[in-house]
Design a protein around this ligand. Structure first.
Ligand code: UD1
Length: 419
């Protein structure tokens, strides 16, 4: 099994270019089932994306991934489509459930494995099914599979989500494209990745209007011409490297290929902690900061503070003066990095949904275990500032979502290697 070995305390300098967003690419790939011919650019070469491509191939689409240029071409001229998403592909990547909306809307039926729970919480799909049922689908659960059918096609209607879900909003949006009449989705997630999906669907021919948390979709025809779409940058990867810079930049760490306006709340919080950041049009520069200050953070749907950066910010706050608080409001079990950080010397207490982080603490290298994608990268950040050597096990979690992690960090003078 592969491990990462990090020798801590090496100051960072240079430039990191941010990859395309994994969480944007996944629904766009799922929505490509609706299209005839698409080219998607700026896709990150990470495990979850490879799994989604495998799923598209299994369904019967033709895909051509050009790794050197980070793009994929997908065509769907197959008359013998397999409307099945099997357990073996959905179990490793929950986003597999996003093919439900496209299969149902295009082929009027789908059999998609239930993704099941995962390390950070139970993660049900009831909100996805709630929306599809409202659109007219008949849904049964049998032997661990969602069996969905809409013999006469889906029908537009008004749907108000009882709570905000990124995946359920995406599935409903994709399904509503071909639904008869007009669909109005209320209380939607409005993450930048959802906006990227909307811009892709518009290129495919969709009539979609977004206002506040409401999305209106009018029945539309899918264009048969080739569609080209460039995926947005990965704001979570950006947040992760901004924190790496805040923790141990030598003088300047430049992070580019981004749009800083999308991560306004994260930049504001970093500034309030005392991190020196210069914002440019398509990049940020992290400068050496003197003293970091405590802060209280609550994770919320966008534009609030993202749960996907909670673990990384916690590492930063181990170096801030005073007791900081982080309340995790999105997932019920997303503090699994805490025991590992404590083994490295962090002073963290969990009280219900809140972590209390006392700093500054000296961290020392240790052998630690990665538990999920974002928890894993928080251990990398901790390893970068710890004394001596940190060994991170189970790094396949990192490979699910961080493109070229070691080489990006090594280029900035970090001592990190995979064995
Ligand atoms: C997406 C992101 C993930 C991020 C999360 C929250 C992708 C591929 N993944 O996951 O990185 O951490 O948004 O920003 O984009 N819920 C239900 N019923 C449902 C669906 C969700 O109760 O049917 C709950 C979840 O358990 C969770 C909350 O709603 O507590 C938010 O989950 P959701 O926004 O759906 O997350 P994902 O789309 O799975």
């Amino acid at each position: 099994m592969q491990k990462l070995i990090i020798k801590g305390k090496k100051e960072l300098s240079g430039k990191i270019s941010i990859s395309g967003s994994k969480n944007s690419t996944l629904p766009i790939l799922a929505a490509s089932i609706l299209a005839k011919n698409v080219k998607i650019k700026n896709i990150p070469l990470v495990k979850d994306i490879f799994t989604m491509i495998e799923l598209l191939n299994f369904i019967g689409l033709k895909t051509k991934l050009v790794k050197k240029k980070n793009f994929i071409e997908i065509s769907n001229n197959n008359k013998n489509i397999n409307t099945l998403a099997p357990y073996k592909l959905v179990k490793t990547m929950r986003a597999g459930v996003l093919v439900l909306g496209s299969l149902l809307s295009k082929y009027k039926k789908a059999k998609v494995s239930l993704p099941g729970g995962c390390a950070i919480g139970s993660r049900p799909v009831d909100l996805h099914l709630f929306a599809l049922k409202k659109l007219g689908a008949k849904i049964k659960i049998k032997d661990g599979y969602i069996l969905a059918e809409a013999k006469k096609g889906l029908k537009g209607t008004k749907i108000k989500f009882p709570s905000i879900s990124v995946g359920a909003t995406e599935n409903a949006l994709i399904a509503a494209f071909k639904a008869k009449g007009t669909t109005i989705l209320k209380n939607c997630a409005i993450e930048p990745e959802i906006k990227d999906l909307i811009s892709f669907l518009k290129k495919l021919g969709a009539n979609i209007y977004l206002k506040g948390r409401t999305i209106l979709i009018k029945e539309s025809k899918i264009k048969s011409s080739k569609i080209i779409h460039q995926v947005i940058f990965d704001r979570i990867e950006l947040g992760t490297y901004m924190i790496a810079g805040a923790l141990l930049v030598k003088k300047n760490l430049i992070i580019d290929k981004i749009d800083p306006t999308i991560v306004k709340s994260e930049i504001d919080i970093l500034k309030r902690i005392g991190v020196k950041i210069i914002q440019k049009k398509k990049s940020v520069i992290i400068k050496k900061s003197k003293k970091l200050k405590k802060i209280n953070i609550i994770t919320k749907p966008y534009p609030g503070f993202p749960t996907d950066l909670q673990a990384q910010f916690m590492v930063l706050l181990t170096q801030a003066n005073g007791v900081s608080k982080i309340k995790e409001n999105i997932f019920e079990n997303r503090f699994m990095h805490v025991p590992e950080l404590k083994r490295m010397g962090a002073q963290i207490q969990i009280k219900d949904k809140t972590a209390l982080i006392k700093g500054p603490s000296k961290l020392a290298g240790a052998e630690v275990m990665a538990t999920d994608l974002r928890a894993s990268v928080s251990l990398v950040l901790a390893g970068l500032i710890a004394e001596n050597r940190t060994v991170i096990n189970r790094i396949y979690h990192l490979d699910r979502g961080y493109e070229f992690l070691e080489s990006k960090l090594k280029n900035c003078k970090a001592a990190i290697k995979r064995v």
